[in-house]
Design a protein around this ligand. Structure first.
Ligand SMILES: Nc1nc2c(c(=O)[nH]1)N[C@H]1C(S)=C(S)[C@@H](COP(=O)(O)OP(=O)(O)OC[C@H]3O[C@@H](n4cnc5c(N)ncnc54)[C@H](O)[C@@H]3O)O[C@H]1N2
Ligand code: MOO
Ligand SMILES: [Mg+2]
Length: 411
Protein backbone atom coordinates (compact mmCIF):
# COMPACT_ATOMS: atom_id res chain seq x y z
CA UNK A 1 0.00 0.00 0.00
CA UNK A 2 1.29 3.43 -0.94
CA UNK A 3 1.66 6.32 1.49
CA UNK A 4 -0.87 8.76 0.05
CA UNK A 5 -2.34 10.62 3.06
CA UNK A 6 -2.38 14.41 2.63
CA UNK A 7 -1.88 14.38 -1.12
CA UNK A 8 -3.92 17.00 -2.96
CA UNK A 9 -6.18 15.90 -5.82
CA UNK A 10 -5.14 17.17 -9.26
CA UNK A 11 -8.42 19.07 -9.73
CA UNK A 12 -7.99 20.94 -6.44
CA UNK A 13 -4.44 21.87 -7.34
CA UNK A 14 -5.48 23.15 -10.74
CA UNK A 15 -8.38 25.10 -9.24
CA UNK A 16 -6.04 26.72 -6.74
CA UNK A 17 -3.60 27.71 -9.46
CA UNK A 18 -6.23 29.07 -11.82
CA UNK A 19 -8.13 30.92 -9.11
CA UNK A 20 -5.00 32.82 -8.08
CA UNK A 21 -3.92 33.81 -11.56
CA UNK A 22 -5.26 36.77 -13.49
CA UNK A 23 -4.54 37.13 -17.20
CA UNK A 24 -1.84 39.52 -18.40
CA UNK A 25 -3.25 42.88 -19.43
CA UNK A 26 -0.43 44.10 -21.71
CA UNK A 27 -1.34 43.86 -25.39
CA UNK A 28 0.33 44.52 -28.73
CA UNK A 29 -0.88 44.93 -32.29
CA UNK A 30 0.78 42.56 -34.75
CA UNK A 31 0.48 41.61 -38.43
CA UNK A 32 -1.29 38.28 -38.97
CA UNK A 33 1.89 36.44 -39.99
CA UNK A 34 3.27 37.09 -36.50
CA UNK A 35 0.13 36.02 -34.65
CA UNK A 36 0.39 32.24 -34.86
CA UNK A 37 -0.33 30.78 -31.42
CA UNK A 38 -1.12 34.19 -29.92
CA UNK A 39 -4.24 35.04 -27.90
CA UNK A 40 -6.74 37.64 -29.09
CA UNK A 41 -6.92 40.56 -26.68
CA UNK A 42 -10.26 41.93 -27.93
CA UNK A 43 -13.33 40.62 -29.78
CA UNK A 44 -12.99 40.78 -33.55
CA UNK A 45 -16.19 42.17 -35.09
CA UNK A 46 -16.59 41.56 -38.79
CA UNK A 47 -16.36 44.76 -40.86
CA UNK A 48 -17.87 42.95 -43.84
CA UNK A 49 -19.94 40.09 -45.14
CA UNK A 50 -18.10 36.98 -46.28
CA UNK A 51 -18.69 36.23 -49.08
CA UNK A 52 -19.05 39.90 -49.86
CA UNK A 53 -21.52 39.26 -52.75
CA UNK A 54 -23.54 36.39 -54.26
CA UNK A 55 -21.11 34.48 -56.45
CA UNK A 56 -20.80 31.34 -58.49
CA UNK A 57 -19.55 28.06 -57.03
CA UNK A 58 -18.95 26.57 -60.47
CA UNK A 59 -17.69 27.32 -63.94
CA UNK A 60 -20.86 27.31 -66.05
CA UNK A 61 -23.79 29.51 -66.97
CA UNK A 62 -25.87 31.96 -64.97
CA UNK A 63 -29.55 31.48 -65.84
CA UNK A 64 -33.04 32.65 -65.03
CA UNK A 65 -35.33 29.69 -64.30
CA UNK A 66 -38.11 31.24 -66.43
CA UNK A 67 -35.79 31.10 -69.46
CA UNK A 68 -35.01 27.43 -68.86
CA UNK A 69 -38.73 26.60 -68.77
CA UNK A 70 -38.98 27.51 -72.45
CA UNK A 71 -36.66 24.58 -73.23
CA UNK A 72 -34.73 26.13 -76.09
CA UNK A 73 -31.03 27.04 -76.40
CA UNK A 74 -30.06 30.25 -74.62
CA UNK A 75 -27.58 32.50 -76.45
CA UNK A 76 -24.68 33.75 -74.33
CA UNK A 77 -25.15 37.46 -73.60
CA UNK A 78 -21.84 38.08 -71.81
CA UNK A 79 -19.20 36.78 -69.44
CA UNK A 80 -18.50 37.10 -65.73
CA UNK A 81 -15.07 36.33 -64.28
CA UNK A 82 -13.80 36.36 -60.70
CA UNK A 83 -12.66 39.95 -60.30
CA UNK A 84 -14.42 41.05 -63.51
CA UNK A 85 -18.18 41.08 -63.02
CA UNK A 86 -20.62 41.02 -65.94
CA UNK A 87 -21.67 44.56 -66.67
CA UNK A 88 -24.54 45.84 -68.72
CA UNK A 89 -28.04 44.61 -69.48
CA UNK A 90 -28.90 40.92 -69.37
CA UNK A 91 -31.57 40.36 -72.03
CA UNK A 92 -34.40 37.88 -71.30
CA UNK A 93 -33.94 34.54 -73.04
CA UNK A 94 -30.17 34.52 -72.75
CA UNK A 95 -27.60 33.21 -70.29
CA UNK A 96 -24.27 34.55 -68.99
CA UNK A 97 -21.07 32.53 -69.13
CA UNK A 98 -19.78 32.58 -65.55
CA UNK A 99 -16.62 31.41 -63.80
CA UNK A 100 -16.16 30.19 -60.20
CA UNK A 101 -15.99 33.13 -57.81
CA UNK A 102 -17.52 35.64 -60.25
CA UNK A 103 -20.39 37.78 -58.90
CA UNK A 104 -23.69 36.40 -60.22
CA UNK A 105 -25.48 38.96 -62.40
CA UNK A 106 -28.62 40.66 -61.02
CA UNK A 107 -31.69 38.52 -61.63
CA UNK A 108 -29.75 35.25 -61.75
CA UNK A 109 -31.71 32.33 -60.22
CA UNK A 110 -29.13 29.59 -60.58
CA UNK A 111 -25.78 28.61 -62.04
CA UNK A 112 -25.67 25.48 -64.17
CA UNK A 113 -22.31 23.76 -64.21
CA UNK A 114 -20.67 23.48 -67.58
CA UNK A 115 -20.77 19.66 -67.52
CA UNK A 116 -24.61 19.82 -67.57
CA UNK A 117 -24.74 21.84 -70.78
CA UNK A 118 -24.25 21.44 -74.54
CA UNK A 119 -22.90 24.37 -76.49
CA UNK A 120 -23.83 25.00 -80.12
CA UNK A 121 -24.08 27.94 -82.50
CA UNK A 122 -27.69 28.49 -81.34
CA UNK A 123 -26.62 28.90 -77.76
CA UNK A 124 -26.44 26.69 -74.69
CA UNK A 125 -28.72 23.71 -73.99
CA UNK A 126 -29.21 22.50 -70.44
CA UNK A 127 -29.18 18.74 -69.90
CA UNK A 128 -30.27 18.59 -66.25
CA UNK A 129 -33.01 20.16 -64.15
CA UNK A 130 -31.89 23.35 -62.39
CA UNK A 131 -33.05 24.35 -58.91
CA UNK A 132 -33.44 27.90 -57.63
CA UNK A 133 -30.22 29.02 -55.93
CA UNK A 134 -28.08 26.12 -57.08
CA UNK A 135 -24.34 26.77 -57.23
CA UNK A 136 -24.77 30.28 -55.83
CA UNK A 137 -22.72 31.14 -52.73
CA UNK A 138 -24.73 33.74 -50.86
CA UNK A 139 -23.47 37.05 -49.53
CA UNK A 140 -22.71 36.74 -45.78
CA UNK A 141 -23.40 33.00 -45.53
CA UNK A 142 -19.95 32.41 -44.00
CA UNK A 143 -19.72 35.54 -41.81
CA UNK A 144 -22.22 38.38 -41.30
CA UNK A 145 -21.05 41.96 -41.11
CA UNK A 146 -21.19 43.09 -37.46
CA UNK A 147 -20.98 39.57 -36.02
CA UNK A 148 -18.37 38.71 -33.36
CA UNK A 149 -16.12 36.41 -35.35
CA UNK A 150 -13.74 35.47 -32.54
CA UNK A 151 -14.10 36.56 -28.91
CA UNK A 152 -11.18 37.84 -26.87
CA UNK A 153 -9.30 34.85 -25.50
CA UNK A 154 -9.28 32.90 -28.76
CA UNK A 155 -5.97 31.25 -29.61
CA UNK A 156 -5.03 32.16 -33.17
CA UNK A 157 -3.87 29.32 -35.40
CA UNK A 158 -3.96 28.48 -39.08
CA UNK A 159 -7.70 27.86 -38.58
CA UNK A 160 -8.49 31.39 -37.34
CA UNK A 161 -5.90 33.64 -38.99
CA UNK A 162 -7.08 33.04 -42.59
CA UNK A 163 -10.59 34.02 -41.46
CA UNK A 164 -9.20 37.35 -40.25
CA UNK A 165 -7.43 37.77 -43.59
CA UNK A 166 -10.74 37.09 -45.36
CA UNK A 167 -12.20 40.05 -43.44
CA UNK A 168 -9.43 42.32 -44.67
CA UNK A 169 -7.92 42.55 -41.20
CA UNK A 170 -4.15 43.14 -41.48
CA UNK A 171 -3.20 43.57 -37.82
CA UNK A 172 -4.77 42.28 -34.68
CA UNK A 173 -4.55 43.05 -30.98
CA UNK A 174 -3.03 40.15 -29.04
CA UNK A 175 -1.94 39.60 -25.45
CA UNK A 176 1.80 39.95 -24.98
CA UNK A 177 3.66 36.67 -24.75
CA UNK A 178 4.02 35.10 -21.33
CA UNK A 179 7.66 35.21 -20.21
CA UNK A 180 8.85 32.03 -18.61
CA UNK A 181 12.27 31.52 -17.03
CA UNK A 182 13.34 27.91 -16.76
CA UNK A 183 16.23 25.99 -15.27
CA UNK A 184 17.13 22.45 -14.32
CA UNK A 185 18.63 21.60 -10.96
CA UNK A 186 20.99 18.75 -10.22
CA UNK A 187 24.67 18.02 -9.63
CA UNK A 188 24.34 15.00 -11.87
CA UNK A 189 23.24 16.98 -14.94
CA UNK A 190 25.45 17.49 -17.95
CA UNK A 191 24.87 19.30 -21.24
CA UNK A 192 24.35 17.10 -24.30
CA UNK A 193 27.55 17.22 -26.35
CA UNK A 194 29.77 17.07 -23.23
CA UNK A 195 31.36 13.86 -21.87
CA UNK A 196 29.66 12.29 -18.86
CA UNK A 197 31.50 12.01 -15.56
CA UNK A 198 30.77 9.27 -13.01
CA UNK A 199 27.09 9.25 -12.00
CA UNK A 200 26.22 11.99 -14.47
CA UNK A 201 23.27 12.00 -16.87
CA UNK A 202 22.26 14.38 -19.62
CA UNK A 203 19.79 17.17 -18.85
CA UNK A 204 16.59 16.44 -20.74
CA UNK A 205 13.90 18.25 -18.73
CA UNK A 206 15.05 21.70 -19.74
CA UNK A 207 14.63 20.79 -23.39
CA UNK A 208 11.20 19.28 -22.74
CA UNK A 209 10.03 22.42 -20.98
CA UNK A 210 11.65 24.73 -23.52
CA UNK A 211 9.97 22.93 -26.44
CA UNK A 212 6.60 22.83 -24.72
CA UNK A 213 6.85 26.56 -24.01
CA UNK A 214 7.65 27.19 -27.66
CA UNK A 215 4.69 25.07 -28.65
CA UNK A 216 2.46 27.23 -26.42
CA UNK A 217 3.81 30.51 -27.83
CA UNK A 218 5.55 31.58 -24.62
CA UNK A 219 8.85 33.44 -24.47
CA UNK A 220 11.33 30.99 -22.93
CA UNK A 221 14.23 32.40 -20.91
CA UNK A 222 16.54 29.45 -20.48
CA UNK A 223 18.83 29.82 -17.46
CA UNK A 224 20.67 26.52 -17.80
CA UNK A 225 21.62 23.94 -15.19
CA UNK A 226 21.84 24.99 -11.53
CA UNK A 227 23.86 22.92 -9.07
CA UNK A 228 22.33 21.38 -5.93
CA UNK A 229 23.68 24.22 -3.87
CA UNK A 230 21.45 26.61 -1.90
CA UNK A 231 23.54 29.67 -2.83
CA UNK A 232 23.45 28.90 -6.55
CA UNK A 233 19.74 28.08 -6.38
CA UNK A 234 18.92 31.25 -4.50
CA UNK A 235 20.74 33.32 -7.13
CA UNK A 236 18.91 31.49 -9.94
CA UNK A 237 15.52 32.04 -8.28
CA UNK A 238 16.21 35.75 -7.84
CA UNK A 239 17.40 36.23 -11.41
CA UNK A 240 14.49 34.22 -12.83
CA UNK A 241 11.99 36.16 -10.72
CA UNK A 242 13.34 39.45 -12.06
CA UNK A 243 13.03 38.35 -15.69
CA UNK A 244 9.78 36.43 -15.99
CA UNK A 245 6.07 36.10 -15.25
CA UNK A 246 6.55 32.44 -14.41
CA UNK A 247 9.56 30.53 -13.13
CA UNK A 248 9.80 26.80 -13.84
CA UNK A 249 12.44 24.58 -12.29
CA UNK A 250 12.88 20.84 -12.49
CA UNK A 251 14.25 18.56 -9.81
CA UNK A 252 14.92 18.93 -6.13
CA UNK A 253 11.29 19.06 -4.98
CA UNK A 254 11.24 15.75 -3.14
CA UNK A 255 12.60 14.93 0.32
CA UNK A 256 16.24 14.05 -0.45
CA UNK A 257 19.17 15.77 1.22
CA UNK A 258 20.00 17.71 -1.96
CA UNK A 259 16.37 18.72 -2.62
CA UNK A 260 16.52 22.47 -1.87
CA UNK A 261 13.84 23.82 -4.20
CA UNK A 262 11.07 24.13 -1.59
CA UNK A 263 13.37 25.62 1.03
CA UNK A 264 14.44 28.42 -1.31
CA UNK A 265 10.88 28.96 -2.53
CA UNK A 266 9.72 29.37 1.05
CA UNK A 267 12.58 31.72 1.80
CA UNK A 268 12.02 34.00 -1.21
CA UNK A 269 8.27 33.60 -1.66
CA UNK A 270 5.41 31.30 -0.68
CA UNK A 271 4.43 27.71 -1.32
CA UNK A 272 0.74 27.42 -2.23
CA UNK A 273 0.80 23.63 -2.32
CA UNK A 274 3.17 20.72 -2.60
CA UNK A 275 2.50 17.03 -3.26
CA UNK A 276 -0.33 15.79 -5.38
CA UNK A 277 -2.30 12.58 -5.55
CA UNK A 278 -1.09 11.84 -9.05
CA UNK A 279 1.30 9.33 -10.52
CA UNK A 280 3.80 10.25 -11.74
CA UNK A 281 4.37 13.82 -10.58
CA UNK A 282 3.59 13.59 -6.87
CA UNK A 283 6.13 16.16 -5.57
CA UNK A 284 5.03 19.01 -7.90
CA UNK A 285 5.22 22.35 -6.07
CA UNK A 286 3.41 25.62 -6.83
CA UNK A 287 3.80 29.03 -5.31
CA UNK A 288 5.01 32.52 -5.97
CA UNK A 289 8.18 34.57 -5.74
CA UNK A 290 8.32 38.37 -5.43
CA UNK A 291 6.76 39.15 -8.79
CA UNK A 292 6.34 35.80 -10.55
CA UNK A 293 4.56 32.49 -10.22
CA UNK A 294 6.64 29.43 -9.46
CA UNK A 295 6.22 25.85 -10.65
CA UNK A 296 8.60 23.21 -9.34
CA UNK A 297 8.49 20.18 -11.61
CA UNK A 298 9.73 16.87 -10.24
CA UNK A 299 13.08 15.74 -11.63
CA UNK A 300 11.99 12.45 -13.15
CA UNK A 301 11.56 13.25 -16.85
CA UNK A 302 8.09 11.73 -17.29
CA UNK A 303 6.90 13.41 -14.08
CA UNK A 304 8.25 16.76 -15.30
CA UNK A 305 6.52 16.46 -18.68
CA UNK A 306 3.25 15.23 -17.17
CA UNK A 307 2.97 17.96 -14.54
CA UNK A 308 3.87 20.57 -17.13
CA UNK A 309 1.17 19.18 -19.38
CA UNK A 310 -1.59 18.82 -16.78
CA UNK A 311 -0.94 21.85 -14.56
CA UNK A 312 1.52 24.34 -16.03
CA UNK A 313 -0.03 24.37 -19.48
CA UNK A 314 -3.55 25.34 -18.29
CA UNK A 315 -2.00 27.89 -15.96
CA UNK A 316 0.03 29.47 -18.77
CA UNK A 317 -3.10 29.45 -20.94
CA UNK A 318 -4.95 31.39 -18.25
CA UNK A 319 -2.12 33.85 -17.78
CA UNK A 320 -2.07 34.43 -21.54
CA UNK A 321 -5.81 35.14 -21.49
CA UNK A 322 -6.58 31.95 -23.43
CA UNK A 323 -10.20 30.97 -22.82
CA UNK A 324 -9.50 27.26 -23.50
CA UNK A 325 -7.40 25.09 -21.19
CA UNK A 326 -5.51 23.46 -24.04
CA UNK A 327 -6.05 19.98 -22.65
CA UNK A 328 -7.71 17.52 -24.99
CA UNK A 329 -11.01 15.95 -23.88
CA UNK A 330 -10.88 12.53 -22.28
CA UNK A 331 -12.73 9.67 -23.89
CA UNK A 332 -13.64 6.24 -22.60
CA UNK A 333 -12.29 3.29 -24.53
CA UNK A 334 -11.65 -0.41 -23.95
CA UNK A 335 -8.36 -1.53 -22.46
CA UNK A 336 -6.85 -4.14 -24.77
CA UNK A 337 -4.48 -5.44 -22.08
CA UNK A 338 -4.16 -5.67 -18.30
CA UNK A 339 -2.86 -2.51 -16.58
CA UNK A 340 -1.10 -2.55 -13.20
CA UNK A 341 -2.27 0.08 -10.71
CA UNK A 342 -2.19 0.64 -6.94
CA UNK A 343 -5.09 2.65 -5.45
CA UNK A 344 -4.17 6.04 -3.96
CA UNK A 345 -3.14 8.33 -6.83
CA UNK A 346 -4.68 9.37 -10.14
CA UNK A 347 -2.48 7.54 -12.60
CA UNK A 348 -1.39 8.79 -16.01
CA UNK A 349 0.00 5.78 -17.84
CA UNK A 350 1.24 6.06 -21.40
CA UNK A 351 -0.72 4.11 -23.98
CA UNK A 352 -1.34 3.59 -27.64
CA UNK A 353 -4.84 4.48 -28.73
CA UNK A 354 -5.74 2.52 -31.84
CA UNK A 355 -8.63 1.16 -33.82
CA UNK A 356 -9.53 -2.44 -33.03
CA UNK A 357 -10.63 -4.98 -35.64
CA UNK A 358 -14.29 -4.28 -34.76
CA UNK A 359 -13.77 -0.59 -35.65
CA UNK A 360 -13.96 0.66 -32.04
CA UNK A 361 -11.12 2.45 -30.27
CA UNK A 362 -9.00 0.53 -27.79
CA UNK A 363 -5.88 1.32 -25.82
CA UNK A 364 -2.84 -0.75 -25.01
CA UNK A 365 0.04 0.09 -22.64
CA UNK A 366 3.44 1.24 -23.91
CA UNK A 367 5.02 -1.11 -21.36
CA UNK A 368 7.15 -0.12 -18.36
CA UNK A 369 5.56 2.90 -16.67
CA UNK A 370 8.54 4.10 -14.61
CA UNK A 371 8.77 7.88 -14.39
CA UNK A 372 12.26 7.71 -15.96
CA UNK A 373 10.99 5.96 -19.15
CA UNK A 374 10.66 9.05 -21.37
CA UNK A 375 10.63 6.98 -24.55
CA UNK A 376 7.07 6.01 -23.55
CA UNK A 377 5.97 9.41 -24.92
CA UNK A 378 7.19 8.64 -28.41
CA UNK A 379 5.98 5.04 -28.25
CA UNK A 380 2.54 6.16 -27.11
CA UNK A 381 -0.01 8.72 -28.20
CA UNK A 382 -2.18 9.15 -25.11
CA UNK A 383 -2.40 9.07 -21.35
CA UNK A 384 -4.47 6.26 -19.91
CA UNK A 385 -6.04 8.08 -16.97
CA UNK A 386 -6.90 5.69 -14.12
CA UNK A 387 -9.03 6.96 -11.26
CA UNK A 388 -7.44 7.52 -7.87
CA UNK A 389 -9.20 4.69 -6.03
CA UNK A 390 -9.01 2.21 -8.85
CA UNK A 391 -6.81 -0.87 -8.67
CA UNK A 392 -5.38 -2.88 -11.54
CA UNK A 393 -7.39 -3.06 -14.74
CA UNK A 394 -8.17 -6.25 -16.65
CA UNK A 395 -8.26 -6.37 -20.44
CA UNK A 396 -11.77 -5.53 -21.67
CA UNK A 397 -12.52 -2.98 -18.91
CA UNK A 398 -13.24 0.64 -19.86
CA UNK A 399 -10.67 3.34 -19.17
CA UNK A 400 -10.31 7.07 -19.88
CA UNK A 401 -7.69 8.20 -22.37
CA UNK A 402 -6.39 11.64 -23.18
CA UNK A 403 -4.43 12.08 -26.44
CA UNK A 404 -1.17 13.94 -25.77
CA UNK A 405 0.51 14.30 -29.13
CA UNK A 406 -0.43 17.93 -29.67
CA UNK A 407 1.74 19.35 -26.90
CA UNK A 408 4.72 17.31 -28.03
CA UNK A 409 4.33 18.86 -31.46
CA UNK A 410 3.11 15.67 -33.15
CA UNK A 411 -0.06 14.93 -35.10
N1 LIG B 1 11.60 9.18 0.04
C1 LIG B 1 11.02 9.57 -1.09
N2 LIG B 1 11.73 9.68 -2.21
C2 LIG B 1 11.16 10.08 -3.35
C3 LIG B 1 9.78 10.38 -3.36
C4 LIG B 1 9.05 10.29 -2.15
O1 LIG B 1 7.84 10.56 -2.11
N3 LIG B 1 9.72 9.92 -1.05
N4 LIG B 1 9.21 10.73 -4.53
C5 LIG B 1 9.82 10.21 -5.72
C6 LIG B 1 9.20 10.81 -6.85
S1 LIG B 1 7.64 10.32 -7.13
C7 LIG B 1 9.83 11.67 -7.69
S2 LIG B 1 9.05 12.22 -9.09
C8 LIG B 1 11.18 12.13 -7.43
C9 LIG B 1 11.25 13.66 -7.55
O2 LIG B 1 12.49 14.03 -7.26
P1 LIG B 1 13.03 15.51 -7.28
O3 LIG B 1 12.06 16.44 -7.87
O4 LIG B 1 13.57 15.81 -5.96
O5 LIG B 1 14.18 15.40 -8.37
P2 LIG B 1 15.66 14.91 -8.23
O6 LIG B 1 15.82 14.16 -6.94
O7 LIG B 1 16.51 16.05 -8.48
O8 LIG B 1 15.72 13.91 -9.44
C10 LIG B 1 14.90 12.77 -9.54
C11 LIG B 1 15.36 11.91 -10.72
O9 LIG B 1 15.25 12.63 -11.92
C12 LIG B 1 16.49 12.80 -12.59
N5 LIG B 1 16.56 14.14 -13.16
C13 LIG B 1 16.51 15.28 -12.46
N6 LIG B 1 16.60 16.34 -13.29
C14 LIG B 1 16.70 15.86 -14.53
C15 LIG B 1 16.85 16.45 -15.80
N7 LIG B 1 16.88 17.79 -15.95
N8 LIG B 1 16.94 15.67 -16.89
C16 LIG B 1 16.92 14.31 -16.74
N9 LIG B 1 16.78 13.68 -15.55
C17 LIG B 1 16.68 14.43 -14.45
C18 LIG B 1 17.50 12.62 -11.48
O10 LIG B 1 18.76 12.27 -11.95
C19 LIG B 1 16.83 11.56 -10.62
O11 LIG B 1 17.02 10.29 -11.16
O12 LIG B 1 11.60 11.79 -6.16
C20 LIG B 1 11.33 10.43 -5.76
N10 LIG B 1 11.90 10.19 -4.49
O1 MOO C 1 5.71 11.11 -8.97
MO1 MOO C 1 7.11 10.37 -9.28
O2 MOO C 1 6.84 11.42 -10.47
O3 MOO C 1 5.99 8.96 -9.31
O4 MOO C 1 8.10 9.44 -10.24
MG1 LIG D 1 15.19 14.49 -5.19
Amino acid sequence: MEFTAGLMPLETALEQMLSRITPLTAVESLPLTQCFGRILAADVVSPLNVPGFDNSAMDGYAVRLADLAADRPLPVAGKAFAGQPFQGQWPAGTCIRIMTGAPVPDGCDAVVMQEQTLQSDDGVRFTAEAEAGQNIRRCGEDIRQGAVVFPAGTRLTAAELPVLASLGVAEVLVVRRVRVALFSTGDELQLPGQPLGPGQIYDTNRLTVHLMLQQLGCEAINLGIIRDDPEALRAAFIEADSLADVVISSGGVSVGEADYTKTILQELGEITFWKLAIKPGKPFAFGNLKSSWFCGLPGNPVSAALTFYQLVQPMLARLAGNAASGLPPRQRVRAACDLKKTPGRLDFQRGVLRRADDGLLEVVTTGDQGSHIFSSFSQGNCFIVLERDRGSVSAGEWVDVEPFNALFGGQ
